[in-house]
Ligand binder design. Structure first.
Ligand code: 5GP
Ligand code: MN
Length: 340
């Protein structure tokens, strides 16, 4: 049984697809340090469009983590290079997935901002952002951008090939924490079922995404968890990536994925944080919440954003300075009702 779409959504999905036509040069892109949803959505959409005779090139501001390479076999694409900028300069339409803010496009931000072509967007983020004008297919209630790509296929009768379905399954699997988070609504499981029915092997997908890691990932997890601090009275727990650990362990930012979920598992914790120095004098903070606490609203005054229960921000300062500032604000935020 396929999930059903409201007449309104069907209309929006058809209007969006009508803007994508054969003969256009389309570039698909997603946020810096792309995750399974950004990449799965890109690969899924590129396959679906290819089957419609629409050629699209994936042009990303960051390299694709090793564990997602299997999604991109047979698809044209360029990562974080002068080539990516050159491709974007030739595009008639730019399709941005899994973000609504041009500022999250890293080295490609300026080109996308200045290109003067329509910038289409498919996204499920709660935080508003700025993008140049273009067609939109956006729903903050969607579990993943991959779920919205599935809806585009459903509403437009695009046949779902197994390779496209596998990419969309990865998108939904990773953004729902493997079907554990609050965004795992009944329609999400119906969507996952429809994807599996194309003949996918869920165990093989699990192995590819989660059980094909370099040794450094497990060691990074161990070293980072070793730093954990818990403040039961405040409902806070945080971890800090030891400076230099990624380089020393041959790990990448992708290997940090999921670590902040561990402090979040502690009874009584309402906000979990992970701090990481991303450059000299710049620190990134990943935020996760439990229950009613809204970490999207918490991140906003710091220039960050994301979703109600998963957000991020980055600030200028040393690790100690950023920790002191963000933890101070978090204690105050949680002593209120955990929303703004
Ligand atoms: P993560 O902490 O796993 O990198 O990201 C969690 C969520 O927050 C994702 O939805 C991501 O898009 C969003 N996010 C992470 N960092 C930032 C940031 O610096 N700015 C904004 N606006 N969103 C972010
Ligand atoms: Mn997403």
């Amino acid at each position: 049984m396929s999930p059903s779409l409201s007449p309104d959504r069907i209309r929006q999905a058809r209007a969006f697809a009508a803007a994508l036509t054969p003969g256009q040069r389309i570039c698909i892109t997603t946020h810096v340090n792309p995750d399974g949803d950004g990449l799965g959505s890109e690969a899924g959409l590129a396959h679906l469009l290819q089957a419609q005779g629409i050629h699209a090139v994936v042009t990303n501001p960051s390299p694709t983590p090793e564990r997602y390479h299997f999604l991109f076999g047979g698809l044209p694409g360029v990562d974080r290079s002068h080539e990516a900028v050159k491709e974007l300069r030739k595009a008639d339409l730019i399709l941005v997935l899994d973000i609504s803010d041009v500022g999250r496009l890293g080295m490609l931000s300026q080109t996308v901002q200045d290109r003067g072509v329509p910038v289409a967007c498919v996204d499920h983020h709660a935080s508003a952002g700025h993008l140049p004008e273009g067609p939109r297919y956006v729903d903050p209630d969607a579990s993943a951008t991959g779920e919205l790509i599935f809806q585009l296929a459903l509403a437009n009768d695009w046949p779902l090939t197994p390779v496209a379905a596998r990419a969309l399954y990865v998108a939904i699997l990773t953004d729902t924490g493997a079907f554990r988070f609050s965004n795992t609504r009944p329609s999400v499981l119906r969507t996952a079922a429809a994807l599996l029915e194309t003949g996918l092997d869920p165990e093989q997908i699990y192995l590819d995404v989660y059980a094909n890691a370099p040794e450094g990932r497990a060691r990074l997890l161990a070293e980072t968890l070793q730093t954990m601090v818990v403040e039961p009275d405040a409902g806070l727990a945080w971890v800090t990536v030891p400076p230099g650990a990624l380089e020393r362990l041959g790990a990448t930012a992708d290997d940090l994925d999921g670590i902040v979920e561990v402090p979040r598992t502690i009874a009584g914790v309402r906000m979990a944080l992970l701090f990481r120095e991303i450059a000299a004098g710049r620190v990134k903070v990943s935020l996760r919440s439990v229950g009613e606490v809204d970490v999207n609203a918490f991140a906003k005054p710091f220039g960050g954003g994301g979703h109600t229960k998963a957000s991020g921000l980055s600030l200028e300062g040393s690790l100690a300075e950023v920790q002191s500032r963000v933890l101070g604000a978090a204690r105050e935020y949680l002593s209120g009702n955990g929303s703004r």
